[in-house]
Every structure is written in C-alpha cells, then in structure tokens.
Design a protein around this ligand. Sequence first.
Ligand code: PMP
Length: 462
Amino acid sequence: MASNLLSKEDTLAMRRRFIGQSCRLFYSDDPVKIVRARGQYLFDENGKRYLDCISNVHHVGHCHPSITKAAAEQMDLLNTNTRFLHDNLVLYADRLAATLPERLSVFYFVNSGSEANDLALRLARQYTQHKDVIVLDHAYHGHLVSLIDISPYKFRKLTGQKEWVHVAPLPDTYRGIYKEDEPNPGRAYANTVRDLIEEVHSKGRKIAAFFAESMPSVGGQLILPQGYSAKVAEYVRAAGGVFVADEVQTGFGRVGSHFWAFQLQGADFCPDIVTMGKPMGNGHPLACVATTAEIAGAFTDNGVEYFNTFGGNPVSCAIGLAVLEVIEKEDLRGNATRVGAHLKDLFTKLKARHQMIGDVRGEGLFVGVELVEDRQKKTPATKAAADVVKRLKVEDRICVSTDGPWDNVLKFKPAMCFSMEDAELVVRCIDRILTGISHFAILKVCRIHLAADSSTISALLL
Ligand code: PMP
C-alpha cells in the first residue's frame, strides 16, 4: 500500500477524527509526516530528509535490507504460534543466551516492553511470594495498569502511589541527593534502598522486586554510579526479593562496550530478571524476559500455562536473529563506542563555551545533554530545551527529543549506524542555536537596562 495517499492536512484531519487524542505526535504544533526511511534518515512526503537521533527502536538502521529479507522470507514460509515446535525460537534463545551471563538462561518471548515488564512482575511475585516493589523516582516501565502502578512518571499524574509501591531516590550524581563530590555515590544511593527496605519491613510488608532501568532514560538519561546495582541487589536479595533490570531502551549493544547496560556495573553484578524490547526487532514488535532456571521453575510450578499468541513466532524470531547478526557483522557496538565517544566529547567541548549546558553524560550512543538556566543553581532550562528541539527540526531537519523530570535533557539515542559526520552536524547545529538563544537573552537584559535607564532619566528630568 502506498504510504502517501493523503495530503498532510488530510492525514492530520483523519487522525484527529479517528485516533484517541491522548496518542500524541512528535512536534504537535507542526507534525512531520514521514513516508519512508533508511539507516538513520527519515524522509517526509516531499522527499525532504531528516536526521533521526531518537528512534532507538530502529536499532540497526531503519528498513535494514537484511531485516526486511529475513522477515519476508519467513513470512512466505510459515508464521504460527509457539505451541508448534519450530527451530527459530530455540535458535534465537540460544543466540540471546550467548549475550547474557550464564545464569540468565530461560526466555519468554512477548510483543512489547510493557508485556515483558508485566511478566517480570508476575515472575518475581510467584518466585518470592511477596508483593511489594521498589522503583526509582521518575521511572517509566510501561503502559499496562500493573506498570503504571510502578512508574512514578505516570502514577504521580494518574492513580497515585499504591501501598505496595515504594520509591527510591534517583541515583542522579548531577542534581540528586548525592553528587559527584560524594566519595562513593554508588554506595550512598544503594543505602537509600537499604533504608527503604527497612521502612517497608517495619510496616510488615515484603519486597518482591526492585525494578530499575540499567540507565534511567525517562529519569533524564542517567548513568548509574559504580557499585550501585551490586549493592542494591545484595540488599534486595537479603530481603527475599529479586532484581529486575529493564533493558527495554538500553540493551542490544547501545552502550558499545557491553551488550547490556547492566554490565557497566561490573562483572560481579547480574540481575535476576532482564526485560528487553524496543531495539530487539528493529521496529517489529518483539520483546522478551530473560531469567534464571530457578525463577522460571517457580512460575512453571504454579501449574498455570503461559501462552502468548504472537510472542516468539517464527517471523519475530527470524527478525530477532537477523538483528543480532547485523549488530555483529557491521560491528555496530564498535561504531556506538567510537561515535558515542566523539559525540560526548564534542558536547563536552561545547559545554566549555555555553553556560547553558550544565551536564553532558552518556555511554555509547546513549547521550544526554542537560540544559540549565544557571550553572550554580542548576535551574532546569525547560523552555530553551524545547526551543532547541523545535529549531533543530525546522532549521536543520534533525529530530531530537527531551527527557528528564523537567524535560530539559536533550536525549540522543540514534540508530547504531549513526556516523561521525552525523554527530558533528548535530553538535554544530546545537552550537549555533545555543549561541542564538544566549545572544537573545543578552539583548533582553540590555533592553531591561535600557528601559530602566530611560525611566530613571525620566524620573530625574521630573
Ligand atoms: N520500559 C522502558 C524503560 C520504556 O522506555 C518503555 C517504553 N518507552 C517500556 C518499558 C514499555 O515498552 P513498550 O512501549 O514497548 O510497551
């Protein structure tokens, strides 16, 4: 089917009429209509090219020919559910297992990150026979009812905090309770979880799981301080709970140096459950829960079958296998390491020239640039961040987005084929825009002074 049958205005009008308005568009003032894509580029209905810095789903590049081929060939042959024996499921599980520590050897295939996290919650509760969950502040783990409940980012605006949910401080060493100057921020933040567990126990409640993204994304593109996860896992396990690492945004080599972001925390740390999604199928709905034989065993022992109609079908697994092959064949982790380091380095240099850049952080192609109005006070520059996003789209046709509790962190999670030239272009454009914003701010200050001066003069003349 042609993807450009309607004028942009008609598409918009039909969308307004038929689609729930809570499903928001990027750039809601003037949305972009995209009709095709390749690699890290999107093309609108007029053939104009946009550099995509935010589609972390299209991990190995939009419409990668190897992925399309694997999908088409398998679709032509067979697509059924997992109640029939099929090689793709087991071959894919075997390949995924090779990327993970040995103890994470049992897989459940599902269709979205939300399904994966919901199943992780069920597994944790079945295994521990406990109910309560600890989450990080500002976290988002999915759109199902069960996950809204464990997502402070959502429940604060909606249902409120359930009695079985406990919120630990975000381990943010830039603006959190412990900063870079803290001798051991990993330990200090882990101790907040230890204290929270004690508080939960004092109420007679029991922890089933600690849920956290391996690098908090919605929380503001944060890198967890060293030693945090191992220590938290120790406390959570001592309380009879399990550690769930949400790798929905961060997995599949995005950090470059490792295949999974939780591995940044050192070889002595291994979660009990890992959930994955977004990049896994390069845009095809494919997600997964990986766990230990022991946890999976407890889930089996409850006597209730787990069946997922679409999860792990032969087409999904063929696509998943192709994604893993492309990551390896094209050395995309190597590219993420090199280009990510260059991007971070360029932003760090930019920080020396722009007071508005408060912090630059990242690992591989997961980079955040936090904008502030005042470096000392760290006042979030929310409006400036929105202006940068808008101007990048209008003036440079570059798609960037914001994250963080105040939406003041410019986030970069591009396809893993993002190039050095792409990185340089983005930083050059942001440099120009920030220069414009600061010149405008200086002009505004001058105008205020001028106005003050003229009124002073008027007053003096009276
Ligand atoms: N976990 C994290 C960290 C996410 O960012 C998201 C989606 N943004 C989800 C889970 C839910 O994934 P999905 O939208 O595929 O259900």
